[in-house]
Design a binder for this molecule. Structure first.
Ligand SMILES: [Zn+2]
Length: 225
């Protein structure tokens, strides 16, 4: 049986990579997931990997990228950290995924009802968590529509901060990684923000301005690994 891993071409466009994730989430929320033989995929991927996307998402136990996008072994890089914030290590991982391993899309995925976002909204301070939550403060400042109860008690506020935090993270990746910025400007890599709804499993995508279409002829030989 032909599996999804085998059928994903190694030279897809960033837009096509985005469509693969959208279709995967559609299968997930409609209970149509592909019947994979994971042990067979272990064998198929034993000599290498060609993950078409790199997903930076929260560590939340309900938001596993492979599950909510219905992907198998070898399909995606998954970087997970509370509040899907960046650091030197995260940027280095994303640069490896795109510039070395050839992933065509970076997805920054926040989610509703996020504990890290709630902690940041409530200005929680505890050990090393304090510095992590500080990275979410720009999204809280960017949220200007809610004037009352700007705390974790306000679900609308919390979820809007989560959305803005994902979009802010996209801009930070572009401003702090010249390597990724260059790949995006050349249309070789796309980067988008999205928000996963923990009540129904749906991923809502935002702002695809950083997916630039380039003619296929100009887009060869990206992969070096
Ligand atoms: Zn979270």
């Amino acid at each position: 049986m032909r599996t999804q891993y085998q059928s994903i071409p190694q030279d897809i466009t960033p837009e096509e990579a985005l469509q693969l994730l959208k279709k995967g989430n559609f299968r997930f929320i409609n209970n149509l997931k592909i019947n994979r033989d994971l042990l067979e995929q272990v064998n198929e991927t034993k000599d290498g990997q060609w993950p078409f996307a790199a997903i930076l998402s929260c560590m939340d136990s309900r938001t596993s990228a492979e599950l909510i996008f219905d992907q198998g072994l070898g399909d995606i890089f998954s970087i997970r950290i509370a509040g899907n914030v960046i650091s030197e290590n995260v940027l280095g991982s994303l640069e490896y995924a795109t510039a070395v391993a050839g992933s065509r899309l970076i997805l920054v995925l926040g989610h509703t009802n996020c504990g890290a976002i709630k902690g940041a909204c409530d200005h929680v301070e505890m050990g090393h968590l304090t510095g992590l939550l500080d990275k979410i403060q720009p999204a809280i400042h960017a949220e200007t529509t809610v004037t009352k109860d700007r705390t974790s008690n306000n679900k609308t506020f919390v979820d809007e901060v989560a959305r803005l935090n994902a979009m802010h993270t996209v801009e930070q990746i572009l401003s702090q990684s010249p390597i990724i910025n260059d790949l995006v400007k050349k249309g070789k890599v796309g980067i988008v923000a999205a928000l996963y709804d923990t009540t129904n499993g749906k991923v809502n995508f935002y702002d695809t301005k950083h997916i630039i279409s380039v003619p296929v002829a100009e887009d060869n030989h990206l992969r070096v690994a």
